[in-house]
Ligand binder design. Structure first.
Ligand SMILES: O=C(O)C(=O)C[C@]1(C(=O)O)C=C[C@@H](O)C=C1
Length: 357
């Protein structure tokens, strides 16, 4: 055998030894990942990586120079964190890796969210009076809708702004449920309110500002009604998924996610709709995903194309705000559609919905 062949054989033997060691290292990294999941420790640990690199470089005798060794080991660390991440995701109850089939949230009036048919959740921002909600509810029922949204507890930026009618607002919504058969979607802001709200509401909404209010999430998890969880203003998709996991791990699997725009430097819209979050959430979780076109855009002139885009990227439905007289609305006056604008919006988006049947 030539010297070249000898050397090549030796190199190949070393390849297999490295592979064997890498596999063993990967198995240990997986176990570390499990321990980190149990203790809630971050997977990525730059300090630990730096210390290990320093020790390796102190021992490095060549022929590869320090930078090469550093790059090679950084790749190994990166591969470990990715392995730990994807292993840990498999253990999340909301993960599609754990449950490949879509979750479908079903209601007594026959409505389903997350099934083949896309749905809509419309209604006023705040419940202000019986007549105001009734005007919208009547319109929704005439359009064959199965849901109405409306806020009775309003987390507002300013403490001096209208804070909602509270239980009285929920009573009005319940009237709409009785009169028109609409499922009521309304936000809960206080863990102590679930029991009371259970009498009036069909879907508990957890708003963007409360996405990481863990006591609220745990209580929602202990309830037995569907929960519509909105993405936080500055929440990453991962944080959003973990917030949903809080609800699921406390016993409630009926969760609907809602992308409602995130805060960026862009001022042309109220928030920046993260349209790519929709397919990412659909891939990563088995939960239904809605898109709120009112809070994301804050602009009636672009709500329709944005709603069409949401359905096109795989959203299970769209949320938007409608008010009989937006000019006098006690919240979000500028961005709610009046009934005429809503007529046009509805007819158009309903045509799009039918394309996906
Ligand atoms: O030591 C850890 O905490 C690990 O998770 C292992 C490991 C590694 O592969 O060495 C992986 C990711 C961390 O960023 C640091 C180190």
């Amino acid at each position: 055998m030539s010297e070249l062949n000898n050397l090549r054989n030796r190199i190949e033997e070393i390849n297999f030894s490295i592979l064997e060691l890498l596999s063993e290292r990967g198995q240990i990294a997986k176990k570390i990942g499990q321990e980190k999941l149990k203790s809630g420790t971050d997977i990525y640990d730059p300090m630990r990586e730096k210390e290990m690199l320093n020790r390796l470089l102190e021992t490095n005798k060549g022929p590869y120079d320090d930078n090469v060794i550093k790059q090679l080991f950084k790749e190994i660390f990166k591969a470990s964190t990715e392995l730990q991440q994807s292993e840990n995701e498999k253990h999340l109850l909301v993960s599609r890796k754990l449950k490949p089939e879509d979750t479908v949230v079903s209601f007594d009036n026959g409505a389903k969210i997350g099934d083949k048919e896309k749905i809509f959740v419309f209604g006023p921002c705040s419940v202000e009076s019986y007549d105001q909600v009734d005007a919208v509810a009547q319109d929704l029922a005439a359009k064959g809708q199965k849901f109405i949204r409306g806020g009775a507890f309003k987390p507002r930026t300013s403490p001096y702004d209208f804070q909602g009618l509270g239980e009285e607002g929920l009573e009005i919504l319940k009237e709409m449920n009785k009169k028109y058969g609409l499922n009521v979607v309304s936000e809960i802001v206080n863990p102590a309110h679930f029991e009371m709200a259970d009498l009036y509401v069909d879907v508990f909404q957890i708003g963007a500002r409360n996405m990481q209010n863990f006591e609220l999430l745990k209580e929602a998890g202990r309830s037995n009604k569907p929960v519509l969880l909105k993405r936080g203003l500055s929440a990453t998709i991962e944080e959003f998924i973990y917030a949903a996991e809080y609800i699921h791990s406390n016993g409630n699997s009926q969760i609907i996610l809602c992308e409602r725009g995130i805060r960026t430097y862009e001022k042309a819209t109220r928030n920046t709709l993260d349209i790519s979050a929709v397919p990412i959430l659909k891939q990563g979780t088995h939960l239904p995903v809605l898109v709120d076109v009112t809070h994301s855009t804050g602009r009636k002139d672009i709500m329709l194309p944005v709603a069409k885009a949401a359905l096109a990227v795989g959203a299970d439905g769209v949320m938007a705000e409608v008010h009989p007289d937006p000019a006098v609305a006690l919240s979000d006056a500028g961005q709610q559609m009046d009934l005429n604008e809503f007529d046009y919006f509805f007819n158009e988006i309903d045509k799009t919905r039918q394309l996906y049947l």
